[in-house]
Design a protein around this ligand. Structure first.
Ligand SMILES: NC(=O)c1ccc[n+]([C@@H]2O[C@H](COP(=O)([O-])OP(=O)(O)OC[C@H]3O[C@@H](n4cnc5c(N)ncnc54)[C@H](OP(=O)(O)O)[C@@H]3O)[C@@H](O)[C@H]2O)c1
Length: 331
């Protein structure tokens, strides 16, 4: 896989990455998550399943992996896979996040799946937890879903602690969510500690249904940040598994474009993200080995101006997109 520079970090990355949000815990919001896991939630079975998906990603040439403290045992499974396959830390790019604590207790349904707290004690505790699992392999540590309301971008104690980690050689990033992704990112670009810009990378939701953060991501890229796209398939809504009647005309459009370009709907939607000039890495959120392989075909899609023009019609008003996402059921 042809590498891309990761912003101005001096590191090169594979343009496709694998996110582990759906691989480390029994419950998630992706469409048909329960079917992906075959409803076998024994820890050993889920670990073996995660390893199979990671193997498929490795075989497809993917070397970028994204976890978080709140993805259940995702960091543990990633760490045990790196050890089991004797993977040289220099051969992979491992990113994780802090700021949410996993609270679902290994259940599919829970009153609270994760609790958000962007404070110094949580940062210090989760940093130690991540180090215990991923240690020397960790390259990028991200604030998980930074927002104005969490106050994290104005929390000098947290930002100073992150700057210390950056001095220690770990890249520092933030992930974004919600209709204010762009405004939050523009604020983050101004954060400096001792005159040095803090953030090396941003991870944001950009897809054919919700492309509104694009201009802010272009700014971030010009400022030297590595740009990572998440939810490029809109949690499965941009795949043929989306059988909602109201989506059927848009799925029809996707199918016609995919057929014209001799590819699948999922590869086409990922290719749309890969084609953005500011995108360094696009995450696949697949929880099935064959879906990783299907997603990786995005790299072969001959994306063109006609596809960009016809698929621009898929975009929704951001408020509607985020409302639909927050209504997705944990399964
Ligand atoms: N706030 C944050 O920081 C944040 C939030 C969300 C996500 N993320 C990161 O971004 C990553 C990706 O996000 P996401 O999980 O929402 O991913 P996504 O790529 O938008 O959606 C993944 C869904 O698409 C389905 N899919 C993929 N290929 C398919 C195919 N060929 N046919 C049918 N269905 C297919 C997957 O099913 P299968 O599982 O069966 O493949 C899965 O249910 C996460 O893993 C995580 O690392 C970060």
């Amino acid at each position: 896989m042809q590498l891309r520079p990761f912003g101005a970090s001096g590191v090169a990355v594979t343009p496709l990455g694998l996110g582990l949000a759906a691989l480390g815990r029994p419950g998630y919001i992706n469409l048909n998550h329960s079917r992906d896991l075959g409803r076998d939630y024994a820890i050993a079975a889920m670990e073996a399943h995660a390893h199979r998906v990671l193997d498929a990603a490795w075989d497809a040439g993917i070397r970028y992996f994204d976890a978080a403290r709140s993805y259940g045992r995702a960091e543990d499974f990633l760490g045990s896979w790196l050890t089991a396959r004797a993977i040289d830390p220099a051969a992979v790019f491992i990113a994780s996040k802090w700021g949410y604590t996993y609270t679902a207790g290994w259940h599919v349904e829970a009153e609270e799946h994760e609790v958000k707290e962007h404070t110094l004690p949580v940062l210090r505790r989760q940093w130690d937890e991540t180090q215990a699992r991923l240690g020397g392999s960790l390259r990028l540590y991200q604030i998980h879903s930074a927002t104005f309301s969490s106050g994290v971008l104005a929390n000098v104690a947290v930002l100073t602690e992150l700057a210390r980690r950056k001095e220690g050689g770990t890249l520092i990033g933030l992930s974004l969510s919600g209709p204010e992704q762009g405004a939050t990112l523009l604020r983050a670009l101004e954060v400096k500690i001792d005159g040095v810009a803090l953030f090396d990378a941003v991870q944001a939701t950009w897809n054919l249904l919700e492309p509104s953060v694009g201009p802010a991501l272009a700014d971030a890229s010009r400022s030297g940040l590595g740009v990572v796209v998440k939810e490029a398939l809109a949690n499965g809504r941009l795949t043929s598994r989306n059988d909602k009647a109201e989506f059927s005309p848009r799925l029809g459009l996707l199918h016609r474009e995919a057929e014209r370009l001799n590819t699948t709907v999922d590869a086409l939607a990922l290719a749309a993200a890969l084609a953005q000039p500011w995108a360094d890495v696009v995450l696949s959120g697949a929880a099935q080995a064959d879906h990783v392989t299907s997603n990786a075909a995005a790299l072969e899609v001959a994306w063109d101006a006609a596809a960009a023009a016809s698929l621009a019609d898929l975009a929704e008003p951001p408020a509607r997109y985020w409302q639909t996402r927050s209504n997705l059921a944990w399964n």
